[in-house]
Design a protein around this ligand. Structure first.
Ligand SMILES: Cc1ncc(COP(=O)(O)O)c(C=O)c1O
Length: 339
């Protein structure tokens, strides 16, 4: 545990395009809900299992409320999954490269990450994943930081390949790809999907996430979860945001337009741009990644550096912004390259 590095904690200034949040800024439903929260009796505890929010999620997906477990960000939900299904020393199979906190949650729950490399197109190596031993397998779709989605038949083959292990599909960016495994959950006894309000719902600061699975798995997780982990204010905001699906659709549209703009602009500047199906783009150029990220930060734009990681040599990642944000990033990148 002593070897676990502290998480990304940069000095924040300027335009943030480093955390893959929503380019439209905070969900307008939040302000409205927060105004109503001024009258809330904060002397009272929240609902221990966020029953109202689980009910609303159930309505959205036409599933029973008991299929859902709500937590303090999908990060808490990932932690709950490993707490629930992992014994000390057991392995969790993780495609590589992936989201760095996945292996963190495995380690803090006394598990061992077993990494299996993605292929040269950042797609799943189904045979290697099925051959890898592990009590749980976790894949991220769309994958962070590569930003592509995996082929649906490969995900199915990975789930079918080892039927007695739990497969988690992290869909933190699922809304942007317009793909989800949730409609198929009923066919499987061993699959859990996690989702978040931090991205398409633009509520990262409120820390709200959820798991969906069959009620047996959800029931185990519910017992393990810390009661009250989602505070009353966050639950009220989430309920309001869930009713405004138009905001989510608009966010996806803005990101789709921004992706085209950035793909073109980055290529014109000479960068290699990887396929994006999320609200961020991975790219690499000839200039050293550290120099690029530092100089850009000095000009007031923060992007995320992945250049030290194996398979991502010299790569950086930017959030897809609004047209203005994207143009600002492209202008500043052009200046850095020129200088
Ligand atoms: C792949 C992935 N999963 C989960 C999370 C955590 O999201 P939350 O804000 O819901 O904890 C993130 C956040 O960036 C992410 O990239």
């Amino acid at each position: 545990m002593r070897d676990i590095p502290l998480y990304y904690n940069p000095k924040v200034s300027g335009l943030r395009m480093d955390t893959s949040t929503n380019p439209l800024g905070a969900n307008p439903a939040a302000k409205e809900a927060l105004r109503e929260c001024l009258e809330m009796d904060l002397n009272q505890y929240p609902s221990p299992y966020s029953d109202a929010l689980r009910g609303a999620l159930g309505q959205l997906y036409s599933l029973p409320a008991d299929d859902f477990v709500v937590g303090n960000g999908s990060d808490e939900v990932l932690d709950i999954i490993f707490k629930s299904f992992l014994e000390p020393g057991e392995s969790v199979v993780l495609p590589y490269p992936g989201y760095s906190l996945h292996s963190y949650f495995v380690k803090v729950n006394a598990g061992r990450p077993a990494f299996v490399d993605l292929d040269s197109d950042f797609q799943l190596d189904v045979d290697a994943l099925n051959a890898a031993r592990g009590k749980v397998l976790l894949l991220c779709n769309p994958n962070n930081p590569t930003s592509n989605t995996f082929r649906h038949q490969d995900i199915e083959a990975v789930i079918d390949g080892v039927p007695d292990r739990i497969v988690v599909v992290d869909e933190a960016y699922g809304e942007f790809a317009g793909k989800s495994f949730i409609p198929e959950l009923e066919e499987y006894e061993n699959v859990i999907v996690t989702r978040t309000f931090s991205k398409a719902y633009a509520l990262a600061g409120m820390r709200i996430g959820y798991a969906v699975s069959n009620p047996e798995l959800a029931g185990v997780m519910q017992r393990i979860k810390i009661p009250y982990s989602l505070n009353r204010v966050s639950e009220a905001v989430a309920l309001k945001a869930l009713r405004d699906q138009e905001f989510v659709r608009h966010s996806v549209k803005v990101v789709n337009e921004g992706r085209r703009q950035l793909n073109d602009g980055l290529r014109r500047l000479g960068f290699e741009v990887f396929l994006s199906e999320a609200n961020f783009i991975l790219f690499r150029g000839e200039m050293d990644h550290k120099v690029l990220v530092e100089r850009l930060a000095r000009k007031g734009v923060m992007i995320r550096d992945f250049g030290e990681r194996r398979r991502l040599e010299n790569c950086v990642r930017t959030t897809i912004g609004t047209e203005r944000m994207n143009q600002y990033l492209l202008d500043k990148l052009a200046e850095v390259l020129r200088e």
